[in-house]
Design a protein around this ligand. Structure first.
Ligand code: FAD
Length: 440
């Protein structure tokens, strides 16, 4: 793994979960044809290609690096039915769609469980569920209220008290979402890649798509060394879709999200923090903090201070100032582990949509797009990909797909596209931390 070590932290430009594969699929060269081309081999693209291949459709999957290079191998591994965004805000923004969006997210966990089982993917799955937890009295009040909103809208969730449920002491309680749990996303992405490679889909790696042009004789997809003519194309390259001229403008706002992992911790010390449930935790801030135990008995934590994109979305490392901020938060939430040292840091690009919901639609004739991110695409990505594949295979659109379908490829700007707004959210969160601390 190529990585820089500073102040004891190994900064990786890929992922801390696993190394890059050494067996890359060939890159696209010359001119070929396919029925469907999928651009981007993350969860969404691999989910789409796998389902199309299973249905006997001639599909080509192209990735600029290798399948799993993006957020798929880098994320924190919460396999969850959580929708991004505060439940109260989502209920206000989408009063008629919330129930259906929750059903989509619930189904996505069931779908992912099936995918893991069907393909025998070893990904250290712990079915703990996940908790959106409160670290201030204000957040606790909001958690109770939001748990009610989610349950009324049909979510498989409940409000739980912190210590009684097995949360560490700094987390007073929160919304327990029973479905899913924690996985090693690197192993999951690698397992999906293996499944796609075996599926009959044609996979081209090191093949960055530069342009997608619909025409009378099909849609032409161009890479530096080749072209594919296809009947239909699916744009599934997440935050990077903004670099494709045909993708709807303003569909996504890319944010760089950072994670830090500690050195291994004695399991007894971990239990003594009160974290007996081992559940995955995210906080109820405007921008969440995340804390989870890994199979190597380390704690992986992050998010809290995302960065809006400036310029190209290339490979990058975590900014040491952001890592320091994350470590400060870790020490605040886990005072009894103040001697535990951070050891690794990595990050990745997520894409925020203006609606805070996953979405799909048609950008131009026979050019489709789908995005299941908002930082929560681990379960939702492969499911949305499969739903879209079924539609391309000729099925009536599934109700869950209809919920997310955009009739027009037109989007208003997302607040996450403004660096100032993103920084302001961090400041508001820190103020609320200070004002909302529990006495004694
Ligand atoms: C640090 C971090 C933590 C996260 N934690 C969680 C979590 O715990 N739970 C959760 O549900 N979600 C989490 N997420 C979000 C989740 O990882 C994403 O929602 C999910 O990976 C999105 O899948 P995707 O297929 O849309 O995109 P990606 O996995 O990013 O895949 C996109 C692919 O497109 C390829 N590509 C880009 N441009 C081109 C091009 N021009 N031509 C060809 N290929 C291209 C890339 O190489 C990449 O492989 C996290 C994300 C990050 C970054």
């Amino acid at each position: 793994m190529s990585a820089r070590v500073t102040s004891g932290i190994q900064y990786s430009s890929f992922s801390g979960w696993l190394d890059r594969p050494t067996d890359h699929a060939p890159s696209l060269e010359g001119q070929v044809d396919a029925d469907v081309v999928v651009v981007g081999g993350g969860y969404l693209g691999m989910g789409t290609a796998l389902r199309l291949a299973e249905r006997g459709i001639d599909v080509a999957l192209l990735d600029s690096q290798f399948c799993g290079w993006g957020a798929a191998s880098r994320n924190a591994g919460y396999l969850t039915n959580t929708l991004a965004g505060d439940a109260q805000m989502l209920a206000a923004l989408h009063p008629r769609r919330l129930r259906k969006a929750i059903r989509f997210a619930d189904s996505s966990v069931g779908f992912s469980n099936g995918l893991i089982e069907r393909h025998g993917i070893e990904c250290d799955y712990e079915r703990t569920g996940n908790v959106i937890a409160a670290v201030t009295e204000g957040q606790l009040k909001r958690s109770r209220h939001n748990a009610g909103i989610l349950v009324d809208a049909g979510a498989d969730a409940e409000f739980v008290e912190g210590r009684a449920f097995g949360l560490p002491d700094a987390f007073f309680g929160g919304i327990y979402e029973r479905a899913g749990g924690l996985i090693n996303p690197g192993k999951y992405a690698r397992g999906l890649r293996d499944a796609v490679l075996k599926s009959g889909a044609r996979v081209y790696e090191n093949s960055p798509v530069g342009s997608i042009r619909p025409g009378r004789a099909g849609v032409v997809v161009t890479t530096p060394a080749g072209r594919i003519r296809a009947q239909r194309v699916v744009i599934a390259n997440n935050a990077h879709s903004r670099d494709l001229a045909i993708a709807p403008p303003r569909m996504t706002a890319p944010l760089w999200v950072s994670l830090v992992e500690t050195e291994p911790i004695d399991p007894e010390r971990l239990r003594a923090t009160g974290w007996t449930s081992r559940v995955g935790i995210s906080t109820h801030h405007l921008v969440l903090e995340s804390y989870r135990i890994t199979p190597r008995n380390t704690i992986l934590f992050g998010v809290r201070r995302p960065e809006a994109a400036r310029g190209a979305l290339g490979a990058r490392e975590v900014d040491p100032r952001v890592a320091s901020d994350l470590v400060r938060a870790f020490r605040l939430r886990f005072p009894t582990l103040s001697d535990v040292e951070p050891r690794r840091a990595w990050g990745g690009w997520i894409a925020m949509t203006p609606s805070w919901l996953p979405l799909a639609g048609e950008a131009d004739d026979n050019v489709f797009y789908a995005i299941a991110c908002n930082g929560h695409g681990l379960a939702q990505g492969p499911y949305l990909g499969a739903l879209l594949a079924d539609r391309l295979a000729g099925d009536d659109p599934h109700e869950d797909l209809r919920t997310l379908w955009r009739r027009r490829p037109w989007f208003s700007p997302s607040p996450a596209s403004s660096a100032t707004a993103v920084r302001a959210a961090w400041t508001v969160d820190r103020l609320s931390d200070r004002l909302g601390r529990r006495a004694g």
